[in-house]
Design a protein around this ligand. Structure first.
Ligand code: B12
Length: 201
């Protein structure tokens, strides 16, 4: 077996949570680096959407293989996180990694998928009362949807009931602050740390 996979398995079995995070981060960084190469090739006009799709599908297959390793911990759920990629945006690889890592950290995750409109997000918050709402956007054109969600939560008197975290390649901490989110996570490890801080574990 590959040495790093074996280390990850041992880490999970023995519950060495600090170590596991850095090991999984390494794998993640490897996957993200590969997708960055794909993104660069796309930007340079060397490949087109179909090729990008094939790479994305390949990455998903890879993620499905590591998923059992990432979600190996048991125990009572730490809290509920509602996740989704905003309206107009179909990118879900990063969101799916965040979902897996949150599940692995013991959260119950309700994943609304991609291209989720504001109404759906807000109605689901009202219905299931998650402690945390995680929104993902990969396009600069869809980032404003995050602001719309927060505004609508406020309008319906739900804003104080849920912590909102945002992420995705074009999003940063300054944007998160500007739109009134409670936090920004650069990667899935930070997403887990944020969710933990929100629920007090
Ligand atoms: C794969 C990909 C696709 C795939 C998506 C498949 C899928 N199922 O996701 C396909 C081919 C469908 C696609 C389509 C398009 N894409 Co595209 N795509 C990419 C690519 C190459 C990789 C994205 C990715 O998966 N990264 C890897 C993951 C792991 O990283 P991540 O998403 O950032 O997630 C991490 C963090 O951001 C964070 N995170 C993510 N979400 C959240 C949420 C929370 C709450 C938190 C805390 C953290 C967090 O944690 C994750 C794990 O570490 C990027 C280039 C790039 N390098 O980013 C372009 C890119 C995002 N796409 C781009 C474009 C333009 C498009 C299209 C418009 C192309 C077209 N002309 O049709 C369409 C739009 C479709 C749509 N409506 O969404 C541009 C966006 C430019 C911009 N400024 O907005 C990029 C940057 C490419 C480029 N260089 O031009 N794309």
């Amino acid at each position: 077996m590959n040495e790093s996979i074996q280390k990850i398995q041992e880490g999970i079995i023995e519950g060495r949570h600090r170590e596991i995070e850095s090991l999984v981060r390494e794998i993640q960084e490897g996957l993200i680096a590969a997708m960055n190469v794909v993104g660069q090739k796309f930007s340079d006009g060397e490949i087109f959407v179909p090729e990008m799709m094939v790479s994305a599908m390949t990455m998903k297959l890879g993620l499905n293989i590591v998923k059992p390793l990432l979600t190996g911990k048991a125990g009572a759920p730490k809290g509920t996180v509602l996740m989704g990629t905003v309206k107009g945006d179909l990118h879900d690889i990063g969101k799916n990694i965040v979902v897996m890592m949150l599940e692995g950290a013991g959260f119950q995750v309700i994943d609304l998928g991609v291209d989720i409109d504001v109404e759906k997000v807000v109605a689901t918050v009202a219905e299931i009362h998650p402690q945390v709402l995680g929104l993902s956007a990969l396009l600069t054109t869809t980032m404003p949807e995050m602001k719309r969600v927060i505004e609508e939560l406020r309008a319906r008197g739900l804003r104080d009931r849920v912590k909102v975290m945002v992420g995705g390649a074009p999003v940063d901490a300054a944007f998160a602050e500007k739109i009134g989110a409670d936090g920004y996570g650069r990667d899935a490890v930070q997403a887990v740390a944020l969710a933990r801080s929100f629920v007090g574990h």
